[in-house]
Design a protein around this ligand. Structure first.
Ligand code: HEC
Ligand code: HEC
Ligand code: HEC
Length: 428
C-alpha cells in the first residue's frame, strides 16, 4: 500500500512547481478595523493556532512546536509578523494560499500536519479577519529546529503527489435540507475547527479516511473518541451536553476534557461566542443521531456502579473503594461534574485503556476539565499492578450493562501502565 502510494507520489511530482508570491512590507496596524481583528481572534481560537504554533516560555505564535508524525517530527513555524523568521512579508494572497492550498509564500509545499486540508473551507471574509489578526500581533524572532522527517517523506515537492491523491480544494458546500445553524456548525467544524484532524482515523500516508469520518482515532498517545453514532459513551451526546462540554470543558453526564481536547476547549474555543459553540453542538448532535437523555436513562446507565463483577475483582474493588470512591461517588441518577461519574465516562468504554490509564497516572490538572478542580496523579502512589486491577474492576462492572457485553476485552493492562509511565518520564 505504501509502495503503491509512493510510486504515485513520485509520478506526480513533475507538476510540483508553484510560483513564489512577492514579498510586501508589513501593512500598518491601522489599516485593519478593530472589529475585523476581533473576529480574527475568535477564528484563531477555533483554528487552535495558538496550541500548535506556540511553545512554553516563548512568545505566542512564534512556532517551534514539535509535531510527531509516523515519518518523523515536523516543527510548526513562526506565524508572528516578524519580517525574516515569521510571516511579516506575506501578503493576504500568500496567507490565503497557504491556508487553502498548503503552499508557502516561496512556492514550496507544506506538510498536511498543518491542517490546510480543513482550513481551505474558510470564506474570503473570515480569511481577511484571520490575516488582520496575525498581521497585528507583536513580531517575534524565532529559531525553529530542523524537521526530522526521513527520506523521501521530507521532500516537499512530493507533497504535490500527496495532494493529487488526497486533496481536493473546494469551498464549503452548504446542505439546504439543514438549518442555518447546522450549516454554520458544519462550516466551523469541518473547516477551521478541524475536529476530524484528531477524531478521524488516517490511512498509511497520513490522509484522513473519508470512509471513516469521526470514527475515533489515536492522536499523540490519546484516543479521540468517535463523534458519530459509534461513540461508546453510555449516554448520547445531546446538543446541550456538547454545548456544555465544549464551552466549559466538563459536563455532568460525560466528564472532563483532558489531553489535547483540553487545549481545544480552554485555549481555542474559549474565544468563541456562545452562538458559534451552539452551532458546533447542533452539528455534532445531529451527526451522532442523538435524541434526548431522560432521567431514567441516567439511572440505568449508573446502575453499573451497583454491579458486583465477582471474586476475580475483589482486590480491584477494594483498591477502588479506598483510593477513588470517596471522590467519585454520586447518588444514582444525579451525577456531578465536580466528581466525574466514572460509570458514564468514555475513557472506560474506549477500545483501548490508554485514556483511562493516562488520566489516573497523570491526574487531571487545573488547566484541564473543570478550571477550579484538579485530581493529583497516582503515578507515585499506585503500582502498575494496582492501577491495572482498578481498571479491570471498573471495566468488568460495565459488562453487566446489556449493550456492553464486549467490554471485557482490555488486554495486558499492567504492561500498558508501565509503557505509559515510561512515555511520561521521557517527555518530562
Ligand atoms: C495541528 C497543528 C496546527 C494547527 C492547529 C495550525 N497550524 Fe499552522 N502549521 C503547523 C505546522 C506543523 C506548520 C509547518 C508545516 C510545514 O513545515 O510543512 C504550519 C505552518 C503554517 C503556515 C505556513 C508558515 C510558513 O512560514 O511556512 C501558516 C501561515 C500557518 N501555519 C498558519 C496557521 C493558522 C493561521 C492557524 C490557525 C487558524 C494554524 N496555522 C493552525 C501546524 C498547525
Ligand atoms: C488536537 C486533537 C483534537 C482536536 C482538534 C479535537 N479534539 Fe475532541 N478530543 C480529542 C481527544 C484526545 C479527546 C479525549 C479527551 C478525554 O478523554 O479527556 C477528545 C474528546 C472530545 C469529545 C468527548 C468525547 C467523549 O466521548 O468523551 C468531544 C465531544 C469532542 N472531543 C469534540 C470535538 C470537537 C467538536 C472538535 C472540533 C471543534 C474537536 N473535538 C477537536 C482530541 C481533539
Ligand atoms: C480527592 C478526590 C479524588 C480522588 C481520591 C480521585 N479522584 Fe479522580 N477526579 C477527581 C476530580 C475532582 C476530577 C475532575 C478534575 C477536573 O475536572 O479538572 C477527577 C477526574 C478523574 C478522571 C477523569 C474523568 C473524566 O471525566 O474524564 C478519572 C478517569 C479519574 N478521576 C479516576 C480516578 C481513579 C481511578 C481514582 C483512584 C485511583 C481517582 N480518580 C481518585 C477527584 C478525585
Amino acid at each position: 500500500m505504501i509502495g503503491v502510494g509512493l510510486l504515485a507520489v513520485f509520478g506526480f511530482s513533475a507538476c510540483a512547481w508553484r510560483p513564489a508570491i512577492d514579498p510586501i512590507s508589513l501593512p500598518a496596524a491601522g489599516s485593519f478595523s478593530d472589529g475585523l481583528v476581533q473576529r480574527g481572534r475568535e477564528l484563531a481560537g477555533v483554528g487552535n493556532c495558538m496550541t500548535c504554533h506556540s511553545i512554553e516560555g516563548a512568545p505566542a505564535y512564534a512556532g517551534g512546536y514539535p509535531m510527531q508524525t509516523g515519518f518523523g517530527i515536523v516543527y510548526s513555524t513562526n506565524i508572528t509578523p516578524d519580517r525574516n523568521s515569521g510571516i511579516g512579508q506575506w501578503s493576504e494572497e500568500a496567507f490565503a494560499r497557504a491556508m487553502r492550498e498548503g503552499v508557502r509564500r516561496d512556492g514550496k509545499h507544506l506538510f498536511p500536519v498543518f491542517p490546510y486540508t480543513h482550513f481551505r473551507l474558510l470564506t474570503d471574509s473570515d480569511m481577511k479577519a484571520l490575516y488582520a489578526y496575525f498581521m497585528t500581533r507583536e513580531p517575534a524572532t524565532a529559531d525553529i529546529p530542523d524537521n526530522t522527517l526521513s527520506f523521501p517523506f521530507k521532500v516537499r515537492a512530493l507533497q504535490a503527489g500527496w495532494k493529487l491523491l488526497f486533496f481536493e480544494n473546494h469551498d464549503f458546500q452548504s446542505t439546504t435540507a439543514k438549518s442555518e445553524l447546522w450549516n454554520h456548525g458544519a462550516y466551523l467544524s469541518e473547516g477551521l475547527g478541524h475536529c476530524g484532524a484528531c477524531h478521524t482515523p488516517r490511512n498509511a500516508l497520513g490522509a484522513e479516511r473519508d470512509d471513516a469520518a469521526y470514527h475515533g482515532a489515536i492522536v499523540n498517545s490519546w484516543y479521540a473518541p468517535a463523534l458519530n453514532s459509534n461513540n461508546a459513551a453510555p449516554l448520547v451526546w445531546t446538543e446541550n451536553e456538547l454545548f456544555v462540554y465544549l464551552r466549559y470543558g466538563v459536563s455532568d453526564l460525560h466528564g472532563v476534557a483532558a489531553g489535547s481536547m483540553s487545549d481545544v476547549v480552554h485555549r481555542g474555543l474559549v474565544d468563541l461566542s456562545g452562538d458559534d459553540i451552539r452551532a458546533i453542538a447542533v452539528y455534532f448532535a445531529d451527526l451522532g443521531g442523538a435524541g434526548e437523555i431522560s432521567n431514567a436513562d441516567v439511572v440505568t446507565a449508573m446502575k453499573v456502579t451497583q454491579a458486583d463483577p465477582g471474586g476475580a475483582h475483589v482486590a480491584g474493588a477494594e483498591l477502588y473503594e479506598s483510593a477513588c470512591a470517596s471522590c467519585h461517588f454520586n447518588t444514582l441518577g444525579s451525577p456531578s461534574a465536580l466528581r466525574p461519574e466514572l460509570s458514564l465516562n468514555s475513557a472506560l468504554y474506549a477500545p483501548e485503556p490508554d485514556n483511562f490509564l493516562r488520566l489516573v497516572l497523570q491526574g487531571v490538572s487545573r488547566k484541564d476539565g473543570h478550571p477550579a478542580l484538579f485530581m493529583h496523579g497516582y503515578a507515585s502512589s499506585l503500582s502498575d499492578a494496582n492501577i491495572a486491577e482498578i481498571a479491570q474492576y471498573l471495566r468488568a462492572r460495565h459488562v453487566v450493562h446489556p449493550d456492553r457485553a464486549d467490554n471485557n476485552n482490555w488486554q495486558n493492562i499492567e504492561e500498558r501502565v508501565g509503557q505509559i509511565r515510561h512515555e511520561m518520564e521521557v517527555s518530562e
